[in-house]
Design a protein around this ligand. Structure first.
Ligand SMILES: *Cc1c(COP(=O)(O)O)cnc(C)c1O
Length: 370
C-alpha cells in the first residue's frame, strides 16, 4: 500500500457515488491516457475483462485463429476461446521467455486474425518485428501487458504499441486494486464501440456526456467496468506508480547482482533483458537445470520459510488447452522454461535483510545439492 488508498476510499464513500464511471474512474482513465499516450483508456474489473473486450472488438468468430504463447496465464487464451476463437501456440524466446517473433509467420494461416504478444515479467516482446508482420498480413495486435505497466520498448510504453492492450491491477501485479484492469485503445476506430461493449451493450457513456437523451441497447456487451470503490483505491496506487516501480527495480537489481556468482558457477541462469527493453521490476526469476532440482529448491526454501513459486503449466498441456487450442511446432523452450523456472519473493518494501536471506539460502542449496 502507498498510504492514500483509505483516504480515497473514504472520499468515494462520502461522494455517494459508488457505481462505475464516477470521478475516480475518470481520474484513473485520464492518468493512463496521459502516461501511456493512448487514444483511450477504460478501467475494467480485470485484465481478463479487457482481453474479452478485445476479442469482441476485433470480432473474433468461431474458427478464427489467434497467435500467442503457451507460456502465459489462462486468460490470454480464454478470452478468445469464449468467442469460438482458436489460440495457436508459438514457442517463446530463450532469453526473455516472450513470444518468439521469428516463428510467427510460419504459424499464420488464412484464418489468423490477431497476434497476442505477452510481455512476460514486464519485459517487452520484439514489437517492431511483430507490428511489421501484423501490418503486412493485415492482422490485429493485442498486447497482453498485464505485467507490463510502466515498462517500455525503445522508449515507448508497453500498452501503447498494439491496436489494443490490456493491463492488470490484480494484487499480484505492480500497481494494484485487488482485482482490476484496463483496456488501452490505440486505434481510434475502436473507441466508441468499446464504451458500448463495456456498458452492457448500451450507449450509457454517451448519455452521461449528454450526447443522447436516453440510453438503449445498441450492441453485444457485458458489464466490464469496476466500481468507484476499486477505482478510488487504484488512483492512490497510480499516483505512486513511479515510486513503486523504482522500488521494485531496486529489489530486482539486488537479486541480479548478488546471484551473478551462482550463474558464473553454472548453478542457474538469470533473466536477460534486451537492450531495447526497459523492464519494471515485476518479477525476479531464476532458471535451474530441471524440474527435479526446481522442486527440491522450492522445498528447501520453504523449509527456511521462504515462499518461492513456479509457473506456468503451459496452456498446450492443460486439459482445456488440449481441447480448444492448436500447437505450432514442438514448443520446446516453453516446456523447458516451465520445468526450470523459480520465482523469488519480490514486492514493494521487501527488505535487504529478507533478500539477503533468500540469496544466502539459494547459495547454500546449490553448495549442498548441486
Ligand atoms: C495476471 C495476468 C492476466 C490476468 O489478469 P487479471 O487482472 O487477474 O484478469 C492475464 N495475462 C497475464 C499475462 C497475466 O499475468
Amino acid at each position: 500500500m502507498t498510504g492514500n488508498e483509505i483516504e480515497y476510499l473514504r472520499d468515494a464513500h462520502s461522494n455517494r457515488s459508488l457505481a462505475g464511471d464516477g470521478p475516480y474512474t475518470k481520474k484513473c482513465n485520464q492518468w493512463i491516457e496521459k502516461k501511456i499516450n493512448c487514444k483511450s483508456a477504460l478501467l475494467t474489473h480485470s485484465c481478463t475483462a479487457a482481453l474479452e473486450m478485445s476479442a469482441l472488438l476485433i470480432d473474433i468468430n468461431p474458427g478464427d485463429e489467434v497467435i500467442m504463447p503457451s507460456y502465459t496465464f489462462v486468460s490470454t487464451a480464454n478470452a478468445f476461446v469464449l468467442r469460438g476463437g482458436v489460440p495457436v501456440f508459438v514457442d517463446i524466446r530463450y532469453d526473455t521467455l516472450n513470444l518468439n517473433e521469428t516463428l510467427i509467420e510460419e504459424a499464420i494461416s488464412e484464418k489468423t486474425k490477431a497476434i497476442v504478444p505477452v510481455h512476460y515479467a514486464g519485459v517487452s516482446c520484439e514489437m517492431d518485428r511483430i507490428m511489421n508482420i501484423a501490418k503486412e498480413r493485415n492482422l490485429y495486435v493485442i498486447e497482453d501487458a498485464a505485467q507490463g505497466t510502466l515498462a517500455s520498448y525503445k522508449g515507448r510504453p508497453l500498452g501503447s504499441i498494439g491496436d489494443l492492450a490490456a493491463y492488470s491491477f490484480h494484487e499480484t501485479k505492480n500497481l494494484i486494486s485487488g482485482e482490476g484492469g484496463a483496456l488501452l485503445i490505440n486505434d481510434e476506430k475502436f473507441v466508441s464501440r468499446a464504451e458500448i461493449i463495456r456498458e452492457k451493450g448500451t450507449d450509457r457513456s454517451s448519455f452521461h456526456r449528454g450526447e443522447v437523451d436516453k440510453y438503449t441497447w445498441q450492441d453485444v456487451g457485458s458489464s466490464f467496468l469496476p466500481s468507484e470503490i476499486i477505482a478510488s483505491f487504484l488512483y492512490a496506487q497510480l499516483e505512486c506508480a513511479e515510486e513503486i516501480t523504482r522500488d521494485r527495480k531496486k529489489s530486482w537489481d539486488f537479486y541480479h547482482k548478488n546471484l551473478k556468482l551462482l550463474e558464473e558457477r553454472g548453478n542457474l541462469r538469470l533473466p536477460i533483458i534486451p537492450q531495447d527493453c526497459e523492464h519494471n521490476g515485476h518479477m525476479y526469476y531464476i532458471l535451474v537445470s530441471n524440474a527435479d532440482l526446481r522442486d527440491r529448491l522450492i522445498q528447501y526454501l520453504k523449509d527456511k520459510e521462504i515462499y518461492s513459486v513456479f509457473h506456468y503449466i503451459p496452456l498446450h498441456s492443460s486439459p482445456a488447452g488440449k481441447k480448444y487450442c492448436k500447437m505450432h511446432g514442438n514448443l520446446e523452450t516453453t516446456n523447458r522454461s516451465s520445468e526450470s523456472l523459480v520465482r523469488l519473493p519480490l514486492w514493494k518494501g521487501i527488505t535487504l535483510e529478507m533478500q539477503t536471506k533468500v540469496v544466502d539460502c539459494v547459495d547454500s542449496f546449490f553448495k549442498k545439492y548441486a
